[in-house]
Design a protein around this ligand. Sequence first.
Ligand SMILES: [Zn+2]
Length: 136
Amino acid sequence: MRLVTRSSVSLAEQRREQSRRRRVAAGTLGESFPHVQQLRIRLAFQDSAGPGPTGQIHDVYPSAPALFEFPCPHGGCDGGFDLTDAARTLMRASKPYAEGSQQCGGSRASQGPVRQPCTLRLSYRIAVQFEPAAGK
Ligand SMILES: [Zn+2]
């Protein structure tokens, strides 16, 4: 077993590793929610300082990890958005869609060397396509 000291591993690397472990632990969408065919997640961003980053659409299939984390689209920001709870709640409730918003809790360099809170706002819409009910 390889031991690494805290100082030799960057925070970003630690985060990537933690995220990888969470994805493995979460299992796949198909395992956790066999009645779900597909998930479509739309992300729209609003920046207080001007036009936000381009929106995104993510299609998630049963073979994908049942974990819905998205890094902040601002380059250099260490934050991100976690829609895992929202998506899981939605699929458990067997509802077709959910909407909500989150604020980035990360920080990024703006002017000068001092990092500023990011505060980018995300508006999301999660739509679920369920398996057709198995008829009797
Ligand atoms: Zn951010």
